[in-house]
Design a protein. Structure first.
Ligand code: UD1
Ligand code: CA
Length: 449
């Protein structure tokens, strides 16, 4: 594709969201609206410029996380045409086509945008407008066609009469412009309308006299959904979730109740994974083949290997579980936890920044923080790793084949040697030698095993 300059409009506040945060900072599929649009633009453009105004600092910071782009300011939001005028110096330098995207239209497909630019180039158009047929066109600018099927005007919602209000073909807000004609047309714009705004679509009146004005209808109107209020945001989330679920279903994932499964776009799930209802998958979570998750689990940046069972109500954040292990019900794996192969992490167990070695078990009601547990250990019910002395966090080490009696408290820093054991109810404050049994409060050496 020829070199495209993309201008993203994101200066408006989005008052209809009823929010203290700028509209484009609101999240869809776990990613801010502006992030979706910047990601799209960066993939197909030579340069991306974003027009910011309301909460400019936050919008810039957020947008920059999703691609390389430049910013221009629009201090007063006098309309979409006025917003594009602020990017004048970039438009002046650019020879190829100029694509306009709105920060509040996040669901558009890359193929639709490349199709728009290609059509624009092939037809040597002055302006190519993406339109769509909506069941409910309320809130959008209506496309008025002339007798030969060309576009006569875009009539904004506020400027409609009963006849134009009934038109179901709407302006998506996405256009491709010839750069020279856009430059000229922007100079002619006025704000003679109900809202007293400089409307970008009005550039068509200048351009259409000099080059073809091409309407291109999107196949799926859901792609161009503009997010103006919370209802739109919820609708967009529904559309996005449906797309994501369909992708996973098609690639061999069983979702027992797709409508009750929430999956963010960056999540990867291998074949033959079974997901019970009410589960929630976030960030860059990966789930290996044959694993069974749920019901009601939350996985956030979790790395789950194959054949893992994550039972009801478990939460796994920033942690890894290797193959053949089971977690839960109601386990809580906090960031920095690594569970090796064939482990059992049982009910009401919390782990934080801890490693559990191959084949080890923490089956019931324990807190494990800042610990390294070797292989083939058993941590009895109710064991607490007392890692915090009120000022600092300390490490606990269990070497291989350690057996911790029920209701033991391990006061960190402390190390339990290979093959050692603690009696039930012990409070261990000193290191335990290999193959020894300690018990009592505080725990004392009892005998070699
Ligand atoms: C706009 C279109 C409408 C189209 C609809 C599609 C105009 C005049 N109307 O209406 O035809 O059907 O989008 O969703 O273009 N913005 C600025 N500066 C401004 C005004 C807006 O940067 O001065 C930005 C907003 O932040 C937003 C985008 O432009 O990202 C669209 O603005 P919005 O007010 O939502 O326009 P609509 O009324 O939806
Ligand atoms: Ca809008």
């Amino acid at each position: 594709m020829t070199e495209v300059l993309t201008v993203i409009l994101a200066a408006g506040e989005g008052t209809r969201m009823k929010s203290s945060r700028n509209k484009v900072l609101h999240k869809l599929g776990g990613k801010p609206l502006i992030g979706h649009v910047v990601g799209l633009a960066a993939g197909i453009s030579e340069k991306v410029v974003c027009v910011v105004g309301h909460q400019a600092r936050e919008v810039k910071k957020t947008a920059s996380r999703y691609g390389e782009l430049e910013f221009v300011r629009q201090d007063r939001q006098l309309g979409t045409g006025h917003a594009v005028q602020q990017a004048e110096r970039y438009i002046a330098e650019h020879q190829g086509p100029i694509l306009i995207l709105y920060g509040d239209i996040p669901l558009i497909n890359t193929s639709t945008l490349t199709g728009l630019v290609t059509e624009h180039q092939n037809r040597q158009a002055g302006m190519t407008i993406l339109t769509a047929e909506m069941d409910d066109p309320a809130g959008y600018g209506r496309i008025v066609r002339d007798s030969s099927g060309g576009i006569k005007a875009v009539v904004e919602e506020h400027d409609t009469d009963s006849e134009t209000a009934a038109i179901r073909e709407v302006n998506s807000g996405i256009y491709c412009f010839n750069s020279q004609l856009l430059r000229e047309a922007l100079k002619q714009l006025d704000n003679d309308n109900q809202q007293g705004e400089y409307y970008l679509p009005d550039t068509m009146h200048y351009i259409s006299k000099r080059a073809p004005l091409i309407p291109l209808k999107a196949e799926d109107p859901r792609e161009i959904l503009g997010i103006n209020d919370r209802a739109d945001l919820a609708e967009a989330e529904g559309i996005l979730q449906k797309r994501i679920r369909q992708k996973h279903l098609a690639s061999g994932v069983t979702l027992l109740d797709p409508d009750c499964t929430y999956i963010e776009p960056g999540v990867e799930i291998e074949q033959d994974v079974i997901i019970y209802p009410g589960s929630y998958f976030k960030g860059s979570t990966r789930i290996g083949s044959g694993s069974i998750i749920g019901p009601g689990c939350q996985l956030d940046n979790a790395k789950i290997a194959s054949e893992v069972r994550v039972r009801q109500g478990s939460i796994i954040i920033g942690s890894q579980v290797d193959s053949g292990s089971t977690v839960g019900p109601y386990a809580y794996l906090r960031p920095g936890t690594e569970i090796a192969e064939s482990c059992r992490i049982g009910n009401f167990v919390e782990l934080k920044k801890s490693r559990v070695g191959r084949g080890s078990k923490v089956p019931h009601l324990s807190y494990v923080g800042d610990a390294t547990i070797g292989s083939s250990c058993n941590v009895g019910a109710g064991t607490i790793f007392a890692n915090y002395d009120g000022e600092n966090k300390h490490q606990t080490v269990l070497e291989d084949e350690v057996f911790v009696g029920s209701n033991t408290t391990l006061v960190a820093p402390v190390k339990l040697g290979r093959g050692s054991s603690t009696g039930a109810g012990s409070v261990v404050t000193k290191d335990v030698e290999d193959n020894s049994l300690v018990l009592g409060v505080p725990a004392r050496f009892y005998r070699k095993k």
